[in-house]
Design a protein around this ligand. Sequence first.
Ligand SMILES: Cc1cc2nc3c(=O)[nH]c(=O)nc-3n(C[C@H](O)[C@H](O)[C@H](O)COP(=O)(O)OP(=O)(O)OC[C@H]3O[C@@H](n4cnc5c(N)ncnc54)[C@H](O)[C@@H]3O)c2cc1C
Length: 356
Amino acid sequence: MEPIAMNDMLRKAVEVADEVLFPAAAEVDSSGRIPDGHFDRLAEDGFYGLVAPVDLGGPGVEFEDLLQIVETLAGGCLATTFTWLQHHGVVMGLAMTSNSALRDEYLGRAVRGELRGGAAFSGAIQTPPRIRATRSGDGWTLNGQIPFVSGWGLVDMLHVSAVDEDDNVISCLVDAATGDGITGVHPLTLAAAQATNTVRLELCDFRVPDSRVTTCAKRGEFLAGMALSLRIDSSLPLGLTERAATLAEAAGQGDTANSMRAEARALRAKFDAAMSDPASLPALRAASSELAVRASASCVVAAGSSALLSTHTAQRLARESLFTLVVASRPAVKSELLRLMNDQTHMLAHVLQGDT
Ligand SMILES: Cc1cc2nc3c(=O)[nH]c(=O)nc-3n(C[C@H](O)[C@H](O)[C@H](O)COP(=O)(O)OP(=O)(O)OC[C@H]3O[C@@H](n4cnc5c(N)ncnc54)[C@H](O)[C@@H]3O)c2cc1C
């Protein structure tokens, strides 16, 4: 493997992933519970403030190091990393808001990880939106459903987004607790990463004063602003791929491990070249998950029948690769994935028919 430029945060990420997250990942998977110590360690090491600007307390990591850090942690434990990753929407929302009183009240604590947050935008991006904001008095009234919110019971605050009658997305910081408008919390049973504590939330006449609003943006702009997250979210399947390569190597399948790593390197390079062209990002995001699916399935094959034991890492990685196929996906990513899979089906059909 090519040497990685190690900054301090990256070195700490490798330590946390190898010494804390990966050794506990099978237990986290089977129990559906992430030990509090995981999040405390990420906070102590400064990972909750990773995306904050330096003048607001961030560690000042380069974008490529940020991606490598997310990959490294995801290869340690996907459930912990996905739950922690949602926090950065809160930090970014607070760092960018013109609501200086809100920023002053919460940003420092969010950067230090004393206050932990989750994201709740899935009701605003679906068509039609599932959560609506209506102007009333000095604030907004929110009604509807947020179909997926991870970190329930693990986070203190949620960055909730809702759509108003003029198609603006109103985002606000709310307490992650039931009562006074959060009328339903429905835990979801997942095929992978159950420990993310993902729920569906129902909001009924939930009052949000203007003092809690971070941003208000046209829905089109809001969705366009999410392009960068396609690159960051791709670090989850790339992290699983690297873990699969390590496993394949340990099972004596060095060639398979080398090809997985070569494909991952090629994808990272294509991403680097594509960052100024957001339209090309969905295809690369799709390719990252497709690679993780193939890499983890190869690991199952390499490990043999024991891979099917419920505690085996190979089957866990395979289930987690499915998680990355749909989580934080976008319509364009879905079409690219289906196209990739159709191409493979056609190729296989040609092979079976004896075509070249
Ligand atoms: C286990 C799990 C945990 C999750 N945790 C969180 C979380 O913590 N916070 C959170 O906010 N979300 C979370 N999500 C939601 C995740 O971000 C969504 O799955 C993703 O946004 C795509 O939604 P979908 O697969 O339901 O969309 P699809 O089934 O692909 O689409 C449903 C509808 O929404 C439209 N749509 C979807 N995305 C867009 C878009 N970007 N632009 C325009 N139209 C769009 C589609 O066109 C379609 O009409 C989680 C999902 C899962 C499965």
